[in-house]
Design a protein around this ligand. Structure first.
Ligand SMILES: Nc1ncnc2c1ncn2[C@@H]1O[C@H](COP(=O)(O)OP(=O)(O)OP(=O)(O)O)[C@@H](O)[C@H]1O
Ligand SMILES: [Mg+2]
Length: 213
């Protein structure tokens, strides 16, 4: 039987949104703010966040766009997520820490479940068997796809496989994230990412602080 990883302590916060929307910037700023307020914060990311999952990350984010089929991609993301949960997220939550994760299952739901192929049910089935853990709080950063794509590619990070799918792909991702934020509104907060960094960070910090007991 698959060992359950559900854990009810700590606070599990995730950041979601299209490529270049500002997730990494805002997760860093929130981690700094909560640390400054005296909380123990573990900042992590997906795919990656543990030694094994970082190795899987390099398989996923570089190379040709047709390197993996959507089905294979789902399996690789799920394998990376399981390792990340086992090694990083669950141990930190067990200690009562705040975990801030740059992307999580909502990205798989939207990228592989909506924008690349209609495999949402497969994503959800695998999630319920292997992962199960949902975030307590999710910030979905909404950004104009053209602008965000330009921001993202300007970094020249060498991790542009998903950006290389192009603008129409980013537009379907945006629509997917907007739908998801609506259907999961008990935990998702939609954040306007087309503003100054500090303004966005202030809104996010206020919501996060209101969730901390
Ligand atoms: N509010 C903002 N206004 C203008 N530029 C920004 C803003 N937030 C972030 N940026 C810049 O845009 C680029 C993309 O931001 P960031 O790396 O945080 O996005 P991301 O969502 O993590 O992207 P990816 O999905 O590719 O990891 C960076 O160069 C960052 O400095
Ligand atoms: Mg990022």
């Amino acid at each position: 039987m698959v060992q359950k990883l559900i854990m009810d302590q700590g606070l599990f916060i995730t950041f979601e949104g299209i490529d270049g929307s500002g997730k990494s910037t805002q997760s860093e700023m929130l981690a700094a703010k909560l640390t400054q307020l005296g909380h123990k914060v573990v900042k992590t990311r997906e795919p990656g966040g543990s030694a094994g999952a970082e190795m899987i990350r390099s398989l996923l984010v570089s190379g040709d766009t047709d390197r993996w089929s959507p089905e294979t991609e789902i399996l690789l993301f799920t394998a990376a997520r399981r390792d990340h949960l086992e090694k990083t997220v669950i141990p930190a939550l067990t200690l009562g820490h705040i975990v801030i994760c740059d992307r999580y299952v909502d990205s798989t739901r939207v990228y592989q479940g909506v924008a690349r192929a209609d495999l949402r049910e497969t994503v959800d089935q695998l999630h319920s068997i292997i992962i199960q853990k949902e975030p307590d709080l999710t910030f979905v950063i909404d950004a104009d796809p053209e602008n965000a794509l330009a921001r993202g590619l300007a970094r020249d990070s060498g991790e542009d496989r998903f950006e290389d799918f192009g603008l129409s792909f980013q537009k379907s991702l945006r629509a997917g994230f907007l739908d998801l934020a609506k259907s999961e509104n008990h935990r998702c907060h939609l954040i306007n990412g087309m503003r100054a960094r500090e303004q966005i960070a202030d809104d996010i910090a206020a919501i996060a602080v209101s969730h901390i007991a």
